[in-house]
Design a protein around this ligand. Structure first.
Ligand SMILES: Cc1cc2nc3c(=O)[nH]c(=O)nc-3n(C[C@H](O)[C@H](O)[C@H](O)COP(=O)(O)O)c2cc1C
Length: 200
């Protein structure tokens, strides 16, 4: 797909078919997640891919109740998605990396010295690369914040203690859009409200 078409057609889906994702598509999607930039080339983002139906089911049981999943018609077909990708950030790796000799010039010695959370930025970039690759494969997705159950996720998926999920991406073939999520009632702001050239 043309990049401009990927950008224009990207939108989130909350209702999926349970058809599996072709393995070669999934491979390209996950590969894209490894190609984002990272501060100091730290490369500390980790990506957990769940494509075994039993593991996907365990994911939903870990982070939500059936009430959460079914209680909102806008996401009634969300847990039918055959795959879930979870990007993890690792703050400790950045503290270590910026303590190395070639980063001494940065003056960064502790977490509060970072002007912005580089670990979250890098994991978000990886997540965005994945989202664009999903659209390129003709699939749909939802990136969503984990509602609760992070501790269950840690226990059920052997998540190392230094890693923290930034959210999750459910992906698959989109089914007809159900009624939209509440945020959809909001209108896209005009470009000139978001973009300024040369000065605010
Ligand atoms: C950090 C983050 C958290 C989000 N959490 C949720 C969520 O919990 N549930 C949901 O339905 N959508 C969630 N979304 C998706 C947004 O609602 C969606 O991106 C926004 O409404 C714009 O729609 P579009 O992505 O289709 O353009 C989240 C998006 C981001 C970036």
């Amino acid at each position: 797909m043309e990049f401009s078409q990927i950008v224009r057609s990207r939108r989130t889906h909350r209702n999926f078919l349970d058809d599996p994702i072709p393995p070669e598509s999934l491979e390209r999607i996950v590969f894209a997640g490894t190609r984002g930039p990272s501060a100091g080339f730290t490369q500390a983002t980790r990506i957990l891919v769940l494509n075994d139906p039993a593991r996907v089911e365990l994911f939903w049981e870990s982070i939500s109740s059936s009430q959460w999943r079914e209680g909102n018609s806008a996401r009634a077909g969300l847990d039918r998605a055959p795959c879930v990708i979870i990007p993890f950030e690792d703050q400790s790796a950045y503290l270590e990396r910026y303590g190395e000799a070639d980063k001494a010039y940065s003056g960064i010695r502790a977490g509060e010295d970072f002007a912005a959370p580089f670990w979250t930025i890098d994991a978000s970039f990886a997540a965005m690369m994945i989202q664009l690759a999903i659209v390129d494969e003709g699939l749909g997705y939802l990136f969503f914040a984990l509602p609760f159950g992070i501790e269950n996720l840690r226990a059920n998926f052997a998540v190392p203690s230094n890693l923290k999920p930034i959210g999750a991406i459910a992906l698959g073939y989109p089914a007809a859009q159900t009624r939209s999520a509440s945020s959809r009632a909001r209108r896209r702001i005009p470009n000139d409200q978001m973009i300024r050239y040369n000065t605010f």
